[in-house]
Design a protein around this ligand. Sequence first.
Ligand code: GDD
Ligand code: MG
Length: 397
Amino acid sequence: MRIEVQRYTERFGSVRLNDVQRVLELDSGRANEIGATGDIAVVKVEEEVTRDYEEKMAIAIMVKDEKLKLFEGVVSGVPHGCLLIVVSNSKRKRVDRFRMEKDALRQYCHFTRRSALIIHQKDPLLAKALAEAGYSELLDDGLLRDGKSEGMIAAMLLAKLAKKGYIGFIDADNYFPGAVLEYVKCYAAGFSLATSPYAMVRILWRYKPKVSEGMYFRRYGRVSEVCNKHMNNLVSTNTGFETDIIKTSNAGEHAMSLRLAEILPYATGYAVEPQELLSIFEGFGGVMPMAQSAAAKHGVEIFQIETRNPHLHEEKGTKHLHEEMLLPGLAAIYHSPLCVDTVRDNIVRELVSTGVLKDNEEPAKPRLYDAPRSIDMSKFQEVMAEKLDSYSALAAD
Ligand code: GDD
Ligand code: MG
């Protein structure tokens, strides 16, 4: 892959926020072909380098009642070297959709000679492991809570058990396996450029097409546009310099080194992605006390990489967009200790004008979970080990 180098970086305390880097070539040829040496604007990430990162990476797919065909397509786009981790919150009553996902994954792993882990979000053993490890806040009624974020945290812990160094997230409702492949290549490219072990790569889609009369290639989704604006305002008011550097507040497709993943507090549900940025700014922006000294010393590095593939996923309606995406995202920004009154007022105005809040209403604070590093990993492992084999959809199966 050949991508633009980081041409512009903004600093917020010990956070390095890189401006968007575009992919120039999905495939940049042989290693002995002219590389980027001497080239100041682009970098050639060699295939071997990409493969090394893929082998150290778990790709976590969160799924809840998606079309099986889409799930299968997504799985087939993940490079062979990555460990697949699927956390499913799909229905089990009447039609056991989880069973269908598991069977499809097992068959896929068998014929592609690869391994994967698949677990249901409501698996009692997972809840037991979380409780014994000291992560009961994730539970409700004795089981892991619903939500994409909650599934993601479980996936992070499984990736750690599998001794991976990186975790990347990919939604299960993507129509293009080729786009999935590109996300992972971008994750690897970003990590290969990082100078800090505390790194994050967030994907920006070249286009997010809408199908109405014909296909219209939109640049940004509306929720992302609004969230980016307020997130940038939060940064601007803290640094004193206006910025529009953040273009990926809501990036569902993103990856982290596990060293970074385990030191961030997470918000529930779909507030998870904006909150990751907020947790980084709060923890390492230098305005509040540093959350962890090693990361503060190395710095936290954020890459935003723009893909060549457009992003086409399932349309889930305006209610979902407004109430499950826009509101939680803006609520996370609103309740950040870094958020000043002017930004808060703008957020409320935005939510009232969209009809999500009534006049004089305040967005509710999204539930926040402690960083995973505070849990007892050996206890988690001890409980999960009892049955870890049964979560594997191994090639040898
Ligand atoms: N395990 C699990 N548990 N997965 C879930 C849950 C859950 O409770 N809820 C949703 N998912 C899965 C979905 O099946 C899908 O694969 C993925 O999480 C994303 O959910 P969508 O419902 O498709 O979200 P979206 O398309 O509106 O938003 C996506 O893109 C946004 C950026 O545009 C998400 O990735 C957002 O998190 C992201 O901010
Ligand atoms: Mg989706």
